[in-house]
Write a protein that binds this ligand. Structure first.
Ligand SMILES: [Zn+2]
Length: 458
């Protein structure tokens, strides 16, 4: 299956550049992004002035890394509180703003607002085009978008990107699995987009319904994953079952969409090593830095992704700390010959406590605040897992204080109350149950309160 890999070049000018040509191009783009941002965005200008640096001082990539301050989500939130509603990073007159949205994660840290001009929207909607093309997905293909469309920006822009690329897209995210597969029998897919946990569930449902994708969906070419880790044996099993190649992808709401993707060589190599996702380095300046030393991660080393987007008009992004923990891979590690560096496929995780569940960003602190505020609750543990039917489950196991009321009806009422408060505050439905005495573990570090067992249960 992997003996011959057909190369599919989307943008010949940049994809066939030498590394040094690409570096010259991106340095020019970084310089002009820096100059424009400094001139037009009060938020970034102030931060650079505070750091005692102007664009003229930045003469090398090392200057950029060592002298231009990084920003994180909390900086953006603080600025937006101080200068409501959009903050002072906006670099165009209000009349040019065409689109605004909030980041996902209703609580725990707060939601940033992101604003776009028409050109930003176009850029964002075309950010997945090379990834689709590399996977052999072509305009006119039938696509299924499996992620529920809700309040967050990601699923909506992904759907619009597929449509913009010319895919005949069925948005089935709000349907039950069986109904989705019935649709797929009727309109056979060339491509679909989901997460690893849901792909496992869909596999289970296929087996229950007697669907063999190799027989029933013979034109299926690729399945797009993202934002969740997986192991190579699992990827092999899924590709064998579905008869299609897995694409792993990495996105950033702050930078407007697709940031990295595997190429036609996929998520793992013939010898079982993991593949890589390439950054479109003509569009973003992606740094992978060791958070302890601030130095660039070397080949196969872990680091945090820091993003600078070229040419964003409404809200420039300069050295944004994503909090995403990745493994750096240079372009030399991929057989495709593209000059783009990138990150390992299947291993993106977080430096902080944030968990992603059913497409929502969940901050455990938000659950802490609800559960531990209850006067009768002593402690709790959170568990994320995958049920036997493949459903993603979040379970909150609470221990009542010894002094709490002993009436079973009263306790059931408290659990129900917590369930609805958690759903309302985080947007994620959870099972809330009472633990037997001694069942809830206590930890010196509160981050340990939550255990994510989904990957081993895939
Ligand atoms: Zn490649």
């Amino acid at each position: 299956m992997r003996k011959h890999v057909e190369q599919r070049i989307f943008n010949p000018i940049v994809e066939r550049m030498s590394r040094s040509e690409l570096e010259a191009l991106r340095w020019r783009r970084l310089r002009s992004t820096l100059e424009r941002t400094y001139a037009a965005s009060p938020f970034y200008r102030k931060r650079m002035q505070r750091a005692g640096v102007t664009p003229d001082d930045i003469r090398t990539p090392e200057d950029f890394r060592n002298r231009v301050p990084m920003v994180d989500k909390l900086d953006v939130l603080a600025d937006q509180r101080e200068h409501p509603p959009l903050g002072s990073a906006i670099a165009v007159p209000d009349a040019l703003l065409e689109y605004c949205f909030l980041t996902s994660g209703t609580s725990g840290k707060g939601q940033e607002v992101h604003a776009y001009t028409g050109a930003d929207v176009t850029e964002s909607l075309t950010s997945w085009a090379s990834s689709l093309h590399w996977a052999g997905v072509m305009p006119g293909d039938v696509a299924y978008h499996m992620v529920p469309i809700g309040v967050t920006a990601g699923p909506v822009t992904l759907l619009a990107s597929f449509q913009r690329y010319g895919l005949r897209t069925f948005a089935v995210g709000n349907m039950e699995g069986e109904a989705r597969l019935e649709m797929m029998r009727r309109f056979p897919p060339n491509f679909f987009s989901t997460g690893p946990v849901y792909l496992r569930r869909l596999t289970t449902i296929c087996r229950e319904m007697g669907i063999d994708p190799r027989r029933d969906f013979p034109a299926l070419k690729a399945i797009k994953l993202g934002s969740f880790g997986f192991d190579v044996p699992w990827a092999r099993e899924m590709e064998a079952f579905w008869g299609a190649k897995l694409i792993d992808t990495y996105a950033s709401t702050q930078c407007g969409g697709g940031i990295a993707s595997t190429c036609e060589h996929g998520t793992y190599l013939a010898d079982g090593r993991r593949g890589m996702m390439h950054f479109p380095e003509h569009k973003v300046w992606a740094e992978v830095l060791n958070p302890q030393t601030g130095e660039p991660a070397r080949e196969d080393e872990e680091g945090e992704v820091i993003l600078t987007a070229f040419g964003r008009e409404a809200m420039p992004i300069l050295r944004f700390r994503t909090g995403d923990k990745v493994v750096f891979k240079s372009h030399r590690q991929c057989a495709c010959g593209r000059p783009f560096d990138g990150i390992e496929a299947g291993t993106v995780s977080r430096y902080d406590t944030m968990l992603k569940i059913r497409g929502m960003n969940l901050w455990p602190e938000a659950v802490d605040a609800i559960v531990l505020a209850h006067p009768e609750i002593d402690e709790y543990n959170g568990r994320l897992g995958v049920a036997d039917n493949g459903r993603e489950v979040a379970r909150v196991l609470v221990e009542f204080k010894a002094t709490a009321s002993s009436s079973a009806a009263h306790r059931a009422h408290v659990l129900e109350q917590l369930r609805s408060q958690i759903k309302e505050c985080t947007g994620v439905g959870m099972e809330v149950c009472e633990a037997a005495s001694g069942e809830v573990e206590r930890f010196a570090y509160k981050e340990k309160r939550w255990k994510d067992q989904r990957r081993e249960q895939l």
